[in-house]
Ligand binder design. Structure first.
Ligand code: PMP
Length: 407
């Protein structure tokens, strides 16, 4: 059997790794290939932006989470360089030991101010923020009600907590209500968990109704604002602001790695919640603090996010323009319901999604195929940025129009 997985020149000269007890790896990879589920990495060798370069070629980038175009912004880069000069490259320890710098606290205060919460806590990634927050606030005697399409970090946080997990149908308030009626009374605490913007579909949770249900059933609500931070709400505070729910009791998690152009995650909420997390969130206590460079870049981004609403306005104009172009020039394309800059073209199966992704790439456009098991149905995921031009949006529609499946 020839290996599907890529072997480096160095690895080719090592003894084969297919001996027991590791032989199952090769056959599992083969199965993944046969199902068209195999994933490989694409090295990009340029600054982040609407145009990305790889191995001498350039593509228009519709695959990035850099919604406001900040990841390559000179001000973030300068902040990261200055922080590195002052504080070094590594933070050298956990926040409770040697890792804490004044910068971390400044960032937490800036996030709390943006989110209009009493306090905030910065984690080393959004994934770790979700793991830590969920595992801290519920345990074995508790219940988690989780949207079926929630992000992997929410699902794994739920598993880590040891709580009983019940999934409700995606965005289905009737199903969630049924489950609250049926199960809530049997548990000490209950946590409703949802993405505010769903990462692979782009649809948005009904936050006001979720808050009402949480109150009615004496439950906590955790929302993951990863794709909403910087994008939704007048000042970019996310769906909580967009829905006028600022100040309502809930746990808000987010990332610094998407619209804020850096790396890291946060939890924003009440002062007792944040204080409790500092004492009980394992993924905050037992990991190295965010680097000075990432922290400073995120701090610069939070400021820009609030002070330059025109970036957000341009992003939403791009969303409206792209939807209009599709509706008028390519009505046969099926767009999944979305209220965000994440727009997905539904395709019949993984092979078709891969083929469309491949043809787009040949046309100079980077918009990846997303397939099961990441999602239930195959699709091309288009992620719009504030910095895309009208011409670039038109180029994407033109490229799709020239494909046989849309002829
Ligand atoms: N939540 C959601 C909804 C996400 O899409 C992601 C990133 N893909 C995360 C959490 C994790 O954030 P980070 O990349 O900062 O770990």
């Amino acid at each position: 059997m020839s290996p599907f997985y890529p072997l480096s020149d160095r690895a080719r000269h090592l003894p084969p790794t297919t001996t027991e007890p590791y032989a199952w790896l090769a056959s599992s990879l083969e199965t993944i290939h046969e199902a068209n589920w195999y994933r490989s990495v694409q090295p990009l060798d340029s600054l982040p932006g609407c145009i990305v370069h790889s191995q001498g070629q350039a593509w228009i980038n519709f695959a990035s989470n850099d919604y406001l175009g900040l990841a390559g912004d000179p001000r973030l880069i300068a902040a990261a360089i200055a922080a590195t000069r002052t504080w070094g490259t590594g933070s050298t320890g956990s926040r409770l030991l040697t890792g804490h710098r004044p910068l971390h606290r400044q960032l937490e205060e800036a996030i709390a101010q943006l989110k209009q919460t009493e306090d905030a806590l910065v984690f080393s990634s959004g994934y770790l923020a979700n793991l830590g927050a969920i595992a801290a606030v519920v345990g074995k005697r508790d219940l988690i009600l989780s949207d079926r399409y929630n992000h992997s970090s929410l699902k794994n946080g739920a598993i880590l907590s040891g709580a009983t997990i019940q999934e409700y149908q995606h965005l289905d308030l009737a199903d969630l209500t049924r489950q609250l009626q049926q199960h809530r009374q049997h548990y000490r605490r209950c946590l409703i968990v949802t993405d505010s913007v769903f990462s692979m579909d782009g649809d948005v949770c009904p936050l006001p109704q979720l808050l009402d249900l949480a109150t009615e059933y004496n439950s906590m609500l955790l929302i993951d604002e990863a794709h909403a931070t910087g994008v939704f709400g007048e000042s970019g505070a996310g769906c909580a602001e967009y829905f006028n729910c600022t100040g309502k009791p809930m746990i808000q998690v987010g990332t610094l790695s998407k619209a804020l152009g850096s790396l890291g995650g946060y939890v924003a909420g009440s002062a007792p919640l944040i204080d409790f997390l500092r004492n009980r969130a394992p993924s905050w206590i037992y990991t190295t603090a965010l680097t000075p460079a990432d922290t400073a870049a995120a701090l610069a981004a939070v400021e820009i996010c609030r002070q330059e609403p025109q970036r957000r306005q341009q992003l939403w104009q791009n969303v409206a323009q792209f939807k209009h172009l599709l509706a008028t020039q390519l009505p046969q394309a099926v767009l999944l319901p979305s209220d965000s800059p994440i727009l997905c073209l539904q395709l019949a199966n993984p092979a078709q999604a891969l083929q469309v992704g491949h043809l787009l790439k040949q046309a100079g456009i980077f918009a990846p195929a997303i397939r099961p098991p990441t999602v239930t149905t195959s699709r091309i995921r288009i992620s719009l940025m504030a910095t895309h031009t009208s011409e670039q949006l038109q180029q994407l529609v033109d490229a799709l129009q020239s494909m046989e499946i849309y002829s």
